[in-house]
Write a protein that binds this ligand. Structure first.
Ligand SMILES: [Zn+2]
Length: 245
């Protein structure tokens, strides 16, 4: 009886408020969550894991050289192109998920899970001890209500069964909105923005640093720099979007 009423209510709600794909706006099928199957299938994967050294690795190696810093970097990947062709879908998803009328953390969780499921067998995750999302400043966290990197991390963590750590890496300064900053200015904006609490906890640990998009790489670099004094601490990186061609 109750399940009959529940099904009826759900059907009425579906008619009044149809669930729509966050990328293309089409009506979602019952089994689809947040994004339609077609949009999921057409996200332009970078296939970074097939390359000996991919764009993410090269970007960070160059930044370490430019900034003369000694990060114990292992490897990295981004899941899909952020700007290219149908990659606009990924951009739309990330922007609507973060800034839309109804910001939606579930989209980040879903994409984190998807990436982990698709690449479950690659060595990117090998011997990772802990997933560390790039933190938001508490002020911005309060304004948005969630940290998208944390939800991506949660999706990865649930599939890969690797714990997530949101306690040790903290953002101590709230920098201006990055997407509105110019590239060079952005670089300065993130210097000394992060710090690590109880760094000894990360001794000899291999961290997977997670963010939504890699553009200049300066945000992740600023996080990584904080780990250089920690003995034996190694870093790999993962992002959903790769804003380079
Ligand atoms: Zn769609």
């Amino acid at each position: 009886m109750f399940s009959f009423i529940r099904t009826g209510c759900r059907a009425i709600l579906e008619v009044l408020f149809p669930r729509c794909c966050m990328a293309c706006g089409c009506k979602l099928q019952e089994e689809e969550q947040v994004v339609c199957a077609d949009c999921v299938a057409t996200l332009p994967r970078t296939e970074h894991t097939l390359l000996e050294q991919n764009g993410v690795d090269m970007l960070f190696q160059q930044l370490f050289k430019d900034e003369k810093c000694r990060v114990r970097y292992e490897r990295g990947m981004a899941f899909a192109y952020y700007n290219r062709g149908r990659g606009k879908n990924l951009r739309a998803l990330i922007e609507r998920g973060k800034f839309g009328n109804h910001p939606h953390p579930q989209v980040f969780y879903m994409l984190g899970r998807l990436a982990a499921q698709e690449y479950i067998d690659v060595d990117l995750w090998d011997d990772i001890d802990v997933i560390v999302p790039v933190p938001l400043h508490p002020k911005r966290l309060r304004a948005r209500g969630f940290n998208q990197a944390e939800w991506i991390g949660r999706g990865l963590s649930d599939v890969l069964h690797i714990p997530m750590d949101t306690e040790h890496l903290v953002r101590t300064r709230n920098n201006p909105h990055q997407s509105r900053s110019r590239f060079e200015k952005r670089k300065d904006n993130v210097q000394d923005v992060f710090s690590v609490r109880y760094p000894e906890e990360w001794k000899n640990k291999h961290l997977l640093l997670v963010d939504d998009v890699i553009t200049s790489g300066s945000t992740m670099l600023a996080c990584m720099k904080q780990t250089t004094p920690i003995r034996g601490c190694r870093i790999s990186v993962f992002a959903l979007g790769w804003a380079h061609n």
